[in-house]
Design a protein around this ligand. Sequence first.
Ligand code: PLP
Length: 387
Amino acid sequence: MQISPIPYGKQDITDKDIEAVVNVLKSDFLTQGPSVVEFEKKFAEYIGVKYAVAVSNGTAALHLSALALDVKQGDNVITTPITFVASANCIKYCDGNVSFTDIDAKTYLLDIDKLHSVLKSFPKGTFKGVIPVDFAGYPVDLEKLREIADEFGLWILEDACHAPGGYFIDSKGVKHNCGNCDYADVAIFSFHPVKHIATGEGGMITTNNEDIYNKLLLLRTHGITKSPELLTENHGGWYYEMQELGFNYRLTDIQAALGISQLDRAKDGIERRRVIASKYNLAFTNTKLKIPFTANDNYTHAYHLFIIQYEDRLGLYNYLKSNNIFTQVHYIPVHLQPYYKAQGNNKGDFPIAENYYEHCLSLPMYPSLTDNQQDYVINTILEYINK
Ligand SMILES: *Cc1c(COP(=O)(O)O)cnc(C)c1O
């Protein structure tokens, strides 16, 4: 039987999505129009946050957030080594220094207790901020992280790229969607096609802080404003001022229309991801594969990724590939990338992250993965590991 290739992640585009994009193409605004504003409003409602700022991609969202948090030359910021490189790079864009703290062996997220010991071993004020990642879609314990951040005067930038639709319940019984910024200062999302909501390229920044929101708006468009109350002079209707060095990090209305249409189905997508996850969990319980940790009832996974651990990871990866199943590894530890090694990081620095990397593999996980395709993936894996 000839099986068509099964990737680890994939967008889902409907006729309604296509129609939404075509409608914008026929309208007056391809960019800086009403679809961007509508996408921001609907996304903020979905997450349950006051402000949302659409930008050109998740990396731009990180960069603008770092600027809005006032990251300057020499500022020290901590993140996890198990993330996409962009989570760390945004600090380098601002000439800051990136430090890493090892992950928790169970959740694979930044280990908050370890972070606490690191902070206690330096004079207060050494570190300015922390960038936690809701890795794979598992929510960060932001209540606990906020307590520690407050003790040491850190801001929190939540990288929620993997987790729109994930949430946790805090100690007061309150539900917090990832990126709602009840505990974090700013959060960011990506709309790259492998993520939950696809716009081609695209990103979003969320915050409840009005000052940060206004800074983000200014920085997204060259640092230029036309708001009469912000101008230092006013020569007439055409007049604008560039008040800061900003960028063109705008999202187009074409992309925003796709985003709005995708957002309408986001809840169904999460539901489908959870069904796929339970089927994997059932199939691999009591096998040589280690399934992801989900045992805490107060944390609801968004399942951007379904990551297993297996001793002979390379063998399994190659066997699946030869059977047209294209798994992926998330991630090569950021501190071991040549660029970050050149800044003084070494193999052995973060043993839990490095051991995790040796064995991790992301299985196909996306809403349009059919039951038959998933059965094929499961059977092919069992075939290999039971050999
Ligand atoms: C995808 C991703 C990014 C970057 O998003 P882009 O839209 O690709 O720029 C940043 N952080 C994490 C954790 C991601 O998964």
